[in-house]
Design a protein around this ligand. Structure first.
Ligand code: SAH
Length: 337
């Protein structure tokens, strides 16, 4: 890295060139037109382009691998300027394409079932590095979910900066209502985010209806048990009026019994909630399995009365689970062709 600040992380007023309107113009080149070099900004004076190149980095992350699944899901492995590797996924739905972004290289949360936390946290990403995943993924995206590698609330300031950058009317202008932020349940982070009142959908990785089960799967539950998490979710709704989405990764023999489902229904009944039941994506080397289709159906049946969906498994033929491409590449294994 040459140590220059990444211009993608900046708002128009921060670029620091004159006259003032040029900053907006540059910001639009980046966010609206997807420029990947200053040379492309043809309506700027040459001297200004040279000044920008002198002062700022505009490095696109290097695309190392792109896997395309039979169902249209794509996974991209990128290399950042300092050699860190991160993953981005693209999911094709009827209503458009969602991009699933990483907020960190690695993760410090260490959830037992997850491929991302295996090697701990390498570093957090800058807002510009998050934005680059959306701008350069090669698709016109209509939604963004912060559900790739990393815990967004462990990288709070850059994540919020990213949310404001991507939704800026002079830039990419993706509405905050089309963005979801997924957290493992960092209660202080949720409360801090609630205070900002951004209309972003909060996705909470719940995965269990009781502290005993959840504590076994997610270390964070020992710090912030379910009752505190639910209080924080209530406050988030009070501030933003956005219904909370609860993710429930269903794992064979661990959290998949009808009893778990009934306790989940009891926990969420009467709350502004949507439940996303996600059949577990097996991770090589982990002792967890996806329940059979019957068990998933039985589980979902017990959730009657709640708003709930069972997520289709997308991209299972291309190393579906988060972080698997990155960890395969770190281990020196070639990703599948
Ligand atoms: N740290 C944030 C966001 C990243 S994880 C969070 O915990 O929410 C995104 C989602 O994928 C989380 O719900 C996570 O629990 C889930 N997940 C992780 N590994 C998975 C796997 N192997 N199969 C299915 N879902 C998984």
């Amino acid at each position: 890295m040459d140590g220059k600040p990444n211009i993608l992380s900046l708002f128009p007023g921060e670029i620091g060139v004159s006259p003032d309107y040029r900053q907006k113009q540059i910001f639009a080149w980046l966010g609206k037109k997807g420029a990947r070099s200053f040379g492309e900004m043809t309506d700027l004076p040459k001297a200004l382009r040279a000044e920008l190149a002198e002062r700022y980095a505009l490095e696109s992350p290097r695309e190392l691998t792109r896997l395309v699944s039979a169902d249209g899901t794509q996974k991209i492995l990128w290399e950042l300027a300092d050699g860190e590797r991160i993953e981005t996924a693209l999911m094709r739905y009827r209503h458009g394409v969602s991009v699933c972004l990483s907020t960190q290289a690695g993760c410090r949360q260490g959830c037992a079932f997850c491929a991302s936390g295996g090697n701990g946290l390498s570093r957090s990403l800058s807002a510009g590095e998050m934005l680059a995943q959306a701008l350069y993924c090669g698709e016109e995206i209509s939604r963004a979910v912060l559900m790739g590698t990393g815990e967004p609330l462990d990288n709070f300031n850059e994540t919020v900066r990213f949310l404001k950058l991507i939704s800026h009317p002079d830039g990419r202008n993706l509405g905050l209502r089309h963005i979801s932020l997924s957290t493992c349940g960092d209660v202080p982070g949720i409360l801090k985010l609630a205070e900002l009142g951004l209309p972003v959908t909060l996705s909470v990785s719940l995965h269990a209806p009781d502290d005993e089960t959840r504590g076994r799967l997610m270390p964070i539950n020992r710090r912030y048990p379910i009752s505190e998490l639910m209080d924080a979710c209530g406050k988030y709704f009070a501030k933003t009026a956005r219904r909370i989405s609860y993710e429930y990764v269903i794992i064979e023999g661990l959290n998949d019994s009808p009893g778990h489902a009934r306790r989940l229904a009891l926990l969420l009944r009467g709350r502004p909630a949507h439940v996303n039941v996600i059949p577990y994506n097996p991770v090589p080397g982990k002792p967890f399995r996806r329940p059979g289709a019957d068990a998933v159906r039985r589980f979902a049946r017990e959730l009657e009365g709640l708003s709930a969906t069972v997520r289709r498994t997308l991209g299972a033929d291309i190393d579906g689970a988060c972080g698997q491409l990155r960890s395969a590449s770190r281990a020196g294994r070639e990703p599948p062709p």
